[in-house]
Design a protein around this ligand. Structure first.
Ligand SMILES: *Cc1c(COP(=O)(O)O)cnc(C)c1O
Length: 362
């Protein structure tokens, strides 16, 4: 998504410079920008290797295939099943709707692709009970986006890592939504005291240009030898040129510091509204600039009211409205959003008709 807003000068420069060179070459040739972006990601994360795709779902498909292949080449082809979590969203391809397990996305598309079992989030006992001789690993969003800004606790993540190590399983993260600076860290896992084996990244990494990536350790990727997977446009020169510029910007310590500072102001302002209007907003969730308002009234009603005030938000599961502003948002703009949300709260609140004084959101 538009992590750096629209028409960011660095992204325009990267894209137009590349547009004047080559747009596409066969993946029989080495693409300089691909190597450069992969090296940046490898330096900044747990990864030893990166495979480029065009979207989040494709990055997940690569991740799922890699987890299965890892066990197949390790002599355990029966270990093909990933344990996933209720409320998850991993994309709209046949495998990723099965991984997400949500009926509304599976309905009408025939039998669900096998190889996924689902348990409640943050429920370690359920995870342990679900591990079988077919288990390949765990697939989890550190913070569920579509599911309603539901966070996996740090403790739960550490326990999953420990279980994976104990049973020879892979920890696969979906950071398509929560990655690339969204939480105030380049990737959300970096603030959770763990490292994954495989991780899917997309959305923000393209800054609005289609790009996805599957990051992995050399060990987890050992089955993905040349020819086992591929993509015509994945890692396209234009896409990786933009992706390189995005990562250069977002990985700057002062940029991530900015995200955390604005997030602090924004979530404080929103929490005050939740205190003031408990009949409209039940709670504020999330981290960084990935925030959710757990609504008392239907979330679609709030989303529409926000839109009428010129504020774009997105509904999510669990009756939550998500706030996912561009990461370059200023503190003033964040407070402007709080003021608009406050105006909607005042309209929808039953007690506001009693002439309640306004809360100052500063
Ligand atoms: C959006 C999203 C996807 C799918 O990405 P696409 O680019 O739409 O295919 C996968 N996982 C998560 C967590 C997402 O938010």
């Amino acid at each position: 998504m538009n992590a750096l807003g629209h028409a960011h000068p660095k992204l325009i420069e990267a894209l137009t410079e590349q547009a004047n060179k080559v747009w596409h070459v066969s993946n029989l040739y080495q693409v300089e920008g691909q190597t450069a972006l992969a090296e940046k990601l490898i330096n900044l994360t747990f990864a030893d290797t990166v495979f480029f795709a065009n979207s989040g779902a494709e990055a997940l498909e690569a991740s799922i295939k890699m987890a299965r292949k890892y066990h197949a080449v390790s002599g355990h082809p029966e270990r093909y099943e990933l344990i996933t979590f209720e409320g998850a969203f991993h994309g709209r391809t046949l495998a990723t709707i099965a991984a997400g397990g949500q009926e509304k996305y599976l309905e009408g598309f025939g039998p669900a692709t096998p190889g996924f079992v689902q348990v409640p989030l943050n429920d370690l006992a359920a995870v342990k009970a679900a591990i079988s001789e077919n288990t390949a690993g765990f697939l989890i969003e550190p913070i569920q986006g579509e599911g309603g800004i539901c966070e996996a606790t740090k403790d739960f993540m550490r326990q999953l890592r420990a279980l994976a190590d104990e049973h020879g399983l892979l920890l696969v993260l979906d950071e398509v939504q929560c990655g690339v600076g969204r939480t105030g860290h380049l990737y959300a896992y970096q603030d959770m005291g763990i490292e994954p084996d495989i991780m899917a990244s997309a959305k923000g990494i393209g800054g609005g240009f289609p790009l996805g990536a599957c990051l992995a350790t050399a060990e987890a990727a050992k089955g993905m030898t040349p020819g086992t997977h591929g993509s015509t446009y994945g890692g396209n020169p234009l896409a990786v040129a933009v992706g390189g510029a995005v990562i250069d910007e977002v990985s700057k310590p002062e940029f991530l510091e900015h995200v955390r500072r604005v997030s602090g102001r924004l979530s404080q302002g929103l929490s005050m509204l939740a205190d003031e209007y408990p009949d409209v907003i039940e709670a504020v969730r999330g981290r960084g600039l990935m925030l959710g308002l757990k609504c008392v009234k239907p979330n679609t009603e709030l989303q529409k009211a926000f839109m009428d005030k010129g504020l774009l938000t997105v509904a999510a599961g669990d009756n939550v409205v998500r706030l996912l502003p561009p990461l370059i948002i200023s503190e003033d703009e964040a407070m402007d959003a709080v003021a608009r949300i406050e105006a909607v709260c005042a309209e929808l609140s039953t007690k506001s008709t009693a002439g309640k004084e306004e809360v100052s959101a500063s």
